[in-house]
Design a protein around this ligand. Structure first.
Ligand code: NAD
Ligand code: MG
Length: 385
């Protein structure tokens, strides 16, 4: 029996995780759940999974949740304190890190420091603080399993091989809804256009990141830390069908790939049950039903965010954290209709130009760089709040 904390249980990954858990009640127990604002869904999850502890964003939401529950109630906490309590709960053996954005960093780091294994969906944790997190993972001797489908594919394609024999890691990207859009059309892309992802159903932030290709940029940085591969050996191929989830090329020319129907329950189940496998609810792959599998080079002229991420990781130090923060602010502004789609990479580039990278020695220093990036992005965008 594995005892789980799910950080971000009401999100896309959180909900898929609970679907896997519900299918295997003999294998998993839910100890703690955390959510942002969706109290209605959290209430249903509490009734179904009976956690000992839950946490929500604010004290008001905690009170509202408590009032809405009848019968046996879990302990209800809120804020960062609640997230940390859930991440470090004594009964928990594995934490599923599925909060979106840099907000996931502190509880994920707390889980590792408390000796918990982590199933990591929150890529921003490694983007902002990769070197510190991987050091903590080594020191605490915990396991960090990738949930991101590409990294799960790389992880599976590396099994039984030696890291020194790897020539390249090749991350695949669907190309998102704008794969064939010209620059002019991209400039007038609407929120609805950006949220219309062809293959994956995900939270809004990552869906916009997929449309701008910043998601792939974040994943390049995530792979750099997770697998300790120099970024120059991490390539990106556009693969519009999203069937090959990523590949590893070895020095003898062999390429190992992992394939499957695009459904996050596959990578989630693998992270939860590694090295075993369970039925995940993912439909079987019928290659004969596909008209073909294609691969293209990414176009960083139309999708500059991918290049910005390579630049950020090459600059190193605080630059990826600042880039990530600027992206979060720009995506929020795009989603609320304040800026156009191409203003996302433009804003990030301006913020990065203004940032002299400096080394980061603690999570607190990462958070400082994150705050600097957010503040500067708001200034660049002329936001008043
Ligand atoms: P989502 O927006 O659907 O869900 C996010 C969850 O985090 C929700 O439960 C929300 O309430 C909570 N949350 C948001 N802000 C918070 C805050 N400040 N404090 C506490 N909780 C907060 O996001 P998602 O699509 O499930 O993505 C979650 C993470 O997984 C992201 O880092 C994303 O990049 C990564 N990921 C997602 C997918 C996918 O298919 N959705 C695939 C790969 C990786
Ligand atoms: Mg991914």
């Amino acid at each position: 029996m594995k005892n789980l904390t799910i950080l971000g249980s009401t999100g896309s990954i959180g909900v898929s995780t609970l679907e896997v858990v519900a299918a295997h009640p003999d294998k998993f127990r839910v100890v703690a759940l955390t959510a942002g604002a969706n109290l209605e869904l959290l209430k249903q999850q509490i009734e179904t999974f009976q956690p000992d502890l839950v946490s929500v964003l604010t004290a008001d939401k905690a009170k509202a949740l408590s009032r809405s529950l009848s019968g046996k109630k879990p302990q209800i906490m809120h804020g960062v304190e609640g997230l940390i309590a859930a991440a470090t709960a004594s009964d928990t053996t594995m934490v599923v890190a599925a909060i979106v954005g840099a907000a996931g960093l502190v509880p994920t780091a707390a889980a590792i420091m408390a000796g918990k294994d982590v199933a990591l969906a929150n890529k921003e944790t490694l983007v902002t603080a990769g070197h510190l997190i991987m050091k903590m993972v080594r020191e605490k001797n915990v396991c960090l399993y990738p949930v991101d489908s590409e990294h799960c594919a790389v992880f599976q394609s590396m099994a039984g091989h030696r890291t020194q024999d790897i020539a390249r890691v090749i991350l695949t990207a669907s190309g998102g809804p704008f794969l064939h859009w010209g620059k002019e059309k991209l400039a007038s892309a609407t929120v609805a256009d950006a949220l219309n992802h062809p293959n994956w159903s995900m939270g809004k932030k990552i869906t916009v990141d997929s449309a701008s290709m910043m998601n792939k940029g974040l994943e390049v940085i995530e792979a750099r830390w997770l697998f300790d591969i120099p970024v120059g050996r991490i390539a990106v191929n556009i693969h519009p069908q999203s069937i090959v989830h990523s590949m590893v090329e070895y020095i003898d020319g062999s390429v190992m790939a992992q394939l499957g129907v695009p459904d996050m329950k596959g990578p989630i189940a693998y992270a939860l049950t590694y090295p075993g496998r369970v039925a995940s609810g993912v439909k079987p792959l019928d290659l004969t039903a596909l008209s073909g599998l294609t691969f293209l080079k990414p176009d960083t002229d139309r999708f500059p965010a991918l290049k910005l991420a390579y630049d950020a990781v090459q600059a190193g130090e605080s630059m990826p954290a600042v880039m990530n923060a600027a992206n979060e602010i720009a995506v929020e502004s795009f989603l609320s209709g304040r800026i156009g789609f191409m203003a996302i990479p433009e804003t990030i580039a301006k913020v990065m130009d203004l940032h002299p990278p400096r080394s980061l020695h603690s999570i607190e220093e990462v958070l400082e760089a994150d705050r600097w990036g957010r503040r500067t992005a708001k200034e660049v965008l002329g936001c008043t709040n």
